[in-house]
Ligand binder design. Structure first.
Ligand code: ATP
Ligand code: ATP
Ligand code: MG
Ligand code: MG
Ligand code: MG
Ligand code: MG
Ligand code: MG
Length: 257
């Protein structure tokens, strides 16, 4: 025990506040790029959707599912954000919020930096990107599905808005003019007015990216090395509707307790 003049310094630990996430709830850790409006301009992202940037985000999220393979069961990402869902029964870091958030956000960020050149071969990383993170507990499967629906609806609305905005800018409108013409506008009507073939846009832009582990049946699992992540199936990235019931009916194991 550390001591100075016979006084134990151990008491300072009692100032630490270690909040634990509620047991038996789904934990969502959502990370979001800090000031990516600026980051995307400085690194000349294509607007409104840069494929390289989206694929880099997806690659980092896959790395999270691989590293935290016992705990993270699903991830959904769009733009500069990703949501990671931890199993209801996860005991990662004894559910200590600070540990969970900081471990995920720092692993994501360092992977983003390490893999930058794999996606942006022609442009150098000009300054260190950072992400913030938060954790929220959701008590039921219905609510976790509503959470994911909320993010996917957000993806759709933002993508409609951004498609209109950048189409206006491409037609020699200033950013301010574009913004004003979209203020309070019905986006669906604007898309028609501007002759945007919305449904022809890549599905990744319209639906975001969903990541999960392919189910491997039990027989196969026991043939594999029990210790390896292999037996939990390959991590896959898809661009699908996660609002309707179909995906969840076809993958009942993902949000299985
Ligand atoms: P904050 O630090 O508060 O999150 P922010 O500038 O990151 O601020 P967001 O609301 O997170 O604001 O928006 C992220 C911004 O990053 C988008 O508005 C968009 O301009 C840009 N961006 C992120 N990903 C891409 C991408 N793949 N292609 C083009 N632009 C992108
Ligand atoms: P945890 O993930 O729980 O933090 P840990 O292995 O990081 O586990 P720590 O108590 O944080 O454990 O200790 C950090 C360890 O890293 C030290 O015990 C030491 O072995 C090593 N280490 C860190 N910095 C240095 C350094 N500058 N030189 C040599 N070893 C170092
Ligand atoms: Mg933010
Ligand atoms: Mg951001
Ligand atoms: Mg964002
Ligand atoms: Mg240490
Ligand atoms: Mg340490």
């Amino acid at each position: 025990v550390e001591e100075i003049n016979n006084v134990s310094l151990e008491y300072v630990r009692s100032f630490e506040f270690d909040s634990k996430l509620m047991p038996s709830t789904w934990i969502v850790v959502r990370i979001d790029g800090c000031h990516f409006h600026r980051f995307s301009e400085i690194h000349e992202f294509a607007k409104p959707n840069d494929d390289r940037a989206l694929n880099l985000m997806n690659s980092c999220a896959v790395a999270i599912l691989e590293k935290f393979w016992e705990d993270v069961v699903f991830a959904y990402g769009v733009s500069d954000e990703y949501s990671f869902i931890l199993n209801k029964n996860s005991n990662l870091y004894q559910r200590r919020a600070n540990k969970i958030i900081s471990a995920i956000v720092s692993y994501f960020t360092s992977t983003y930096v390490m893999r930058w050149k794999d996606f942006f071969a022609q442009s150098e990383l000009k300054y260190p990107p950072s992400f913030d993170g938060r954790a929220v507990c959701y008590p039921s499967t219905e609510i976790i599905r509503d959470y994911l629906s909320w993010r996917q609806v957000d993806c759709h609305i933002n993508n409609q808005y951004n498609s209109c905005f950048w189409k206006l800018v491409a037609s020699r409108k200033s950013k301010r003019e574009a913004q004003n013409s979209l203020k309070g506008a019905q986006l669906q009507k604007k898309i028609e007015e501007l002759a945007i073939d919305y449904n022809k846009l890549p599905i990744m832009y319209r639906q975001g990216s969903s990541i999960y582990r392919e189910k491997v049946d039990n027989v196969l699992m026991h043939q594999e090395n029990e210790e390896s992540t292999e037996c939990y199936g390959k991590v896959i990235v898809e661009h699908i509707d996660i609002i309707g019931p179909t995906f969840w009916l076809e993958h009942p194991n993902i949000l299985d307790e």
